[in-house]
Design a protein around this ligand. Structure first.
Ligand code: UDP
Ligand code: MG
Length: 315
């Protein structure tokens, strides 16, 4: 069995040595035939330099450097393209994904699974983040067609055919949590305790998280559009009923000027709804726009291979 470990890295200069040390301790206990594919996602620090050094001294280490920061999803994809193993591990560079779990996960995969996910708890996270994640996944699972679970992130082990399935999905907007669930296959789960980042800082900001959340909802179904239609229908019916009431009231008790408040609430309320739904439609149109361009997900600047394969990768 050949094992590939794919690690997307963005400004992880300080963490790479630690990661290398831990992986070098753990991976030989899993198999002798392994490779680590580091992906430099356009880091602005010395991450790429550190990767070059590692690749030069350790034949198990390889790297791909992207031409700029394309985001973790793209970096992961680049690594998966590059990985040659029959079993592929995806993990973060910051050691929040404990490498000593890899053996257990690979063993579990060998018992007949195509994906093994490590699920973390949310120990040590802020209350707000905990509560909002919980609510989000509850809502999400009502909205989308695939099942997503809290804590199941990108730390996973996959079989070659699962990775090939993933690579065959050519969409530009990649919400990998959803894609992992979408490809299906038998999936096993291992629980582990959340860890703090060893060095550097998290790349998630509140804004990024919110956008990620919206991506998740919009990438996987058209239910928000359907919801817009239903709410539009209900509001229209209410408006008709109210119009009927106003007409009858005018006939029965004559013309009466008051109603400023109702008018304003109506205008503002419906105006707000219209903008919201226009936004939802816009989200989908925007996605079509990106898909239609068919740009590559990432560009490769440099790899550790002597006979380099730079240039765009179109999936
Ligand atoms: N990452 C990346 N490109 C980005 C942002 C992050 O490749 O644009 C990598 C990062 O180096 C790390 C992993 O994705 O290995 C997870 O990032 P981070 O630790 O910031 O996320 P968190 O653990 O806070 O969810
Ligand atoms: Mg992290």
């Amino acid at each position: 069995m050949r094992l590939s470990v794919v690690v997307p890295c963005f400004n992880e200069e300080q963490g790479l040595a630690g990661l290398h040390a831990e992986l070098s301790a753990v991976l030989p206990t899993v198999t002798t035939d392994f490779e680590v594919v580091l992906v430099d996602d356009g880091s602005t620090d010395r991450t790429l330099g550190a990767m070059r050094d590692l690749a030069a001294t350790d034949p198990h280490m390889r790297y791909v450097a992207l031409s700029r920061n394309f985001g973790k999803e793209a970096a992961m994809l680049a690594g998966l393209h590059e990985a040659e193993g029959d079993v592929i591990v995806i993990m973060d560079a910051d050691l929040q994904h404990p490498p000593d779990l890899i053996k257990q996960m690979v063993d579990l995969l060998a018992t007949g699974y195509d994906q093994v996910v490590a699920r973390r708890d949310r120990k040590g996270e802020g209350r707000l983040r905990k509560v909002s994640s919980k609510t989000y996944y509850k809502m999400m699972n009502r909205l989308v067609d695939v099942r997503l679970r809290d804590g199941e992130g990108d730390f996973r082990v996959m079989s070659r055919r699962a990775v090939d399935a993933l690579l065959s999905l050519g969409e530009y907007n990649r919400f990998s949590k959803g894609l992992f669930a979408w490809i299906g296959f038998d999936t096993a789960v291992i629980d582990y305790e959340n860890r703090q980042r060893q060095s550097g800082s998290s790349k998630w900001t509140l804004g990024k998280l919110l956008n990620y959340g919206i991506d998740g909802v919009v990438s996987f179904n058209n239910r928000p559009l359907r919801l817009a239609v239903w709410i539009g229908l209900v509001v229209t019916l209410l408006a008709f009923a109210y119009a009927g009431y106003v007409i009858i009231d005018t006939i029965v008790s004559g013309i009466d000027a008051p109603g400023y408040a109702t008018l304003m609430v109506g205008i503002a309320g419906i105006g707000g709804l219209q903008l919201l739904f226009l936004g939802i439609v816009g989200e989908y149109v925007g996605r079509i726009y990106y898909e239609a361009k068919r740009r590559p997900h990432f560009l490769v600047k440099e790899t550790s291979d002597p006979e380099q394969r730079p240039g765009p990768v179109v999936v």
